[in-house]
Write a protein that binds this ligand. Structure first.
Ligand code: ADP
Ligand code: MG
Length: 682
């Protein structure tokens, strides 16, 4: 960056220590910081015809004072100034609160310009800005900055203007010329000017377009650079699996693989064989058959003389996986064992010992797998299921239990493409986008809470066929604040309702692990027919006899979560149903219910979910890993993201990128991010 621009703001004429202190509160220290402190929105001062303004919308109008303004006081220091103003052909009221002194500035027939909120029913503008005379704003759009402490909008605008006037000519271009030409992007200097001093909405749009592209391109270069670097510099083990044995294994499976499964299996075994370390994300909707893919990968690794590990987030899931893997692998003389925190004492010691000796080929378990005492002899492949449930740290520890083992992350939360290429940009991605044949889609209905009786009748109809049902509630206990259904109450009510006919169980996160386990076992073995539960059943549980799911207060869940929950039914050969009990107040909520009833495709849902909720909420707050962009918006600027991604890929492959001065800035960005550690740049 130009050295003039990294001077402290005090280098500017007109900014002293005091102002510098104020600016430092919003992390502005240098001239560069000031120039790139972009507005978060723009105030629109264009005059508009009131007939076109919506109720509650903000508006600026120009008109004539029609009659003597009236001032009323109420309470201490509170006042309301009402002015009748003739705006074009409308006579409207303009109200100012707590600015009594304005009254003396106004005379009948004066022209004034006011800005405020339009109340279409009362034909009133609640104003917060008054200009005497016609609209005298220099521009139609004025930037609004986020402020703190003693910073004011006016001050901010002034400081930025000072910076631009004195140092604007030092702003350097960061993008190569051909990108600017091809995409008709503003150069950096003009774009910064347009962000701060736009003459129109169009100016802002063009400036944004430039910065969005720049942000995405830089980001993609870093991500892909990292992936390329990792791939080329992470010596993995080349696992020479036994193709003949593997083919035999495939031919013994109880079903033919789907084409998607075949494709993904090929991607995985290719990674196993390669000398690079696999770092792959496998996405597949619930029921798409990820388990068998994992089993094939693990078996391949075993035939190459390595051990494998499968880590899952809950004990129930671990047991289920251990069971299915044992069934698949035992006939091929592969020894797999389960390790959870409930396995203790002698049995535990034995497993740990056998593992270290290399007698156990595959270890399945919860995070018990990452404890220090768990030592593999020769770990070759690590798989985690529902990977978004594990923290980055846990995944790292597991990976370090071997010498650069290959790693596969599986997730049933379909991640929208946009997020997949940003959040997981440093991984290779495999997708199971095809369901095994014969799968029936789950019939989904949306019912208002008043229809509970009919809904319960539907549940009973399924129970009479010998099937089972889940009833999902958002909360465990009654909450004063929220009028939402809680599992304990619903359990009590349904217990009453189904008394002497069906057994109703209760499951929630506050039960002890053993209690949860025992409830789940009773449900699996059909001792319990109706399971009232919070979302703890969301992950991976497999009870094919359950064909009915009722979700209370469904509007409280996001689309992806509803889809995950719904995936607990429809796992057998019988038709399954999902009923969303919901009375959403917002349009978005209603839209979500409609979408759920219309589609069973997890990927389509995830795209919609992202659109409705925005990227921040998509994974939940905890460990989103979603990059923060200053200007760009992953959802709305999706096309630019795609373009930048392709451009970044081409750049990284091209020779000129690494040498031509045009790319110096972008190369420096890569270097600064640590991606190129060890690479020599000119
Ligand atoms: P998920 O991707 O949700 O983990 P699973 O691996 O649990 O899905 O598979 C769901 C069900 O589909 C299992 O009962 C499994 O045996 C079955 N299955 C998997 N692959 C196929 C296939 N190619 N054909 C038929 N059934 C399959
Ligand atoms: Mg699964």
């Amino acid at each position: 960056m130009n050295s003039y621009l990294i001077q402290p703001v005090t280098a500017l004429k007109g900014i002293g220590e005091e102002t510098a202190a104020i600016l430092s509160e919003v992390n502005i220290f240098t001239i560069h910081d000031l120039l790139e402190y972009f507005p978060y929105r723009y105030e629109d001062y264009r005059l508009r015809d009131l007939a076109e303004v919506q109720h509650d919308e903000k508006v600026t109008v120009e008109g004539k004072v029609h009659s003597e303004p009236s001032l009323a006081y109420y309470g201490r220091k509170k006042s309301k100034l009402t002015i009748r103003v003739l705006v074009d052909r409308y006579l409207v009221k303009v109200v100012f609160f707590n600015q009594p002194y304005l009254k003396n500035k106004l005379t009948i027939n004066d022209t004034i310009t006011v800005t405020g909120k339009w109340d279409a029913h009362r034909q009133t503008i609640t104003a917060n800005e008054l200009q005497l005379g016609t609209n005298a704003k220099a521009t139609d759009f004025e930037p609004v900055y986020s402020l703190r402490g003693n910073l004011t909008t006016k001050g901010m605008r002034k400081f930025i203007r000072l910076a631009y006037e004195q140092y604007g000519s030092y702003i350097e271009e960061t993008l190569p010329g051909h990108f600017l030409q091809n995409y008709r992007l503003l150069n950096r200097k003009d774009a910064i000017r347009a962000m701060h001093f736009p003459a129109s909405q169009e100016d802002v749009k063009q400036a944004r377009r430039r910065f969005v592209y720049e942000e995405f391109l830089t980001f993609q270069l870093k991500m892909q650079g990292l992936r390329k670097f990792e791939r080329e510099h992470s010596p993995g083990v080349s696992q020479n699996y036994d193709l003949k044995k593997l083919k035999e294994f495939l031919s013994q499976l109880p079903f033919p693989l789907t084409n998607a499964q075949k494709r993904v299996v090929n991607e995985i075994v290719k990674d196993l064989k390669s000398p690079y370390r696999m770092n792959r994300l496998l996405q597949g909707d619930v029921g798409s058959g990820k388990t068998v893919v994992a089993a094939i990968g693990l078996y391949a690794s075993v035939t190459a003389g390595f051990q494998g590990a499968l880590m899952v987030p809950t004990e129930i899931l671990a047991e289920q996986h251990a069971e299915s893997l044992k069934q698949l692998l035992e006939p091929f003389k592969v020894r797999s064992e389960l390790l959870t925190s409930s396995i203790k004492g002698k049995r535990r010691k034995e497993i740990l010992h056998e593992l270290q000796e290399g007698h156990i080929d595959i270890l399945i378990g919860t995070h018990a797998l990452i404890q220090d005492e768990v030592i593999f002899k020769k770990l070759g492949l690590v798989i985690t299921d529902e990977q978004h449930r594990f923290g980055v740290e846990q995944r790292r520890v597991l990976r370090e239990k071997g010498e650069n083992p290959d790693v596969l992350f599986m997730t049933a939360t379909p991640i929208p493409r946009t997020l997949a290429i940003t959040v997981f940009g440093e991984m290779d991605v495999s997708v199971l986008d095809e369901m095994p044949a014969g799968r029936k889609s789950i019939e989904t209905y949306w019912a208002k809470p008043e229809m509970l009786d009919q809904v319960l009748a539907m549940v009973e109809k399924e129970l009479r066929k010998g099937h089972q049902a889940y009833v999902i509630c958002p909360l465990i206990e009654e909450s004063d604040k929220l009028d939402v259904q809680n599992a304990i109450d619903v359990h009590a009510a349904l217990n009453q309702y189904f008394m002497n006919r069906y057994k109703v169980g209760l499951m929630h996160g506050r039960l002890l692990a053993e209690e949860k386990d025992s409830v789940m076992k009773q449900f699996s073995s059909n001792e319990i027919q109706v399971l009232v539960s919070t979302t703890v059943v969301e992950v991976g549980v497999n009870v094919p006899n359950a064909t009915m799911m009722v979700i209370y207060d469904a509007e409280r869940f996001g689309l992806s979560q509803l889809h995950q929950l719904r995936g607990r039914v429809g796992r057998g050969s019988d038709q399954s149903y999902c009923i969303l009990l919901a009375n959403p107040k917002t349009e978005i909520g209603q839209e979500r219910m409609r979408i759920m009833t219309e589609t069973n495709d997890g990927f389509a849902l995830s795209e919609k979910d992202l659109e409705l909720r925005g990227p921040g909420d998509f994974f939940g707050k905890k460990q989103s890993g979603i990059p923060e962009f200053k200007i760009a918006d992953m959802v709305h600027d999706y096309r630019a993201l795609e373009t930048a991604r392709n451009d970044a890929a081409k750049l990284l492959e091209s020779n000129t990128f690494w040498h031509s001065p045009e790319y110096k800035y972008l190369r420096n960005q890569l270097e600064a991010s640590g991606v190129l550690e060890g690479e020599k740049l000119d």
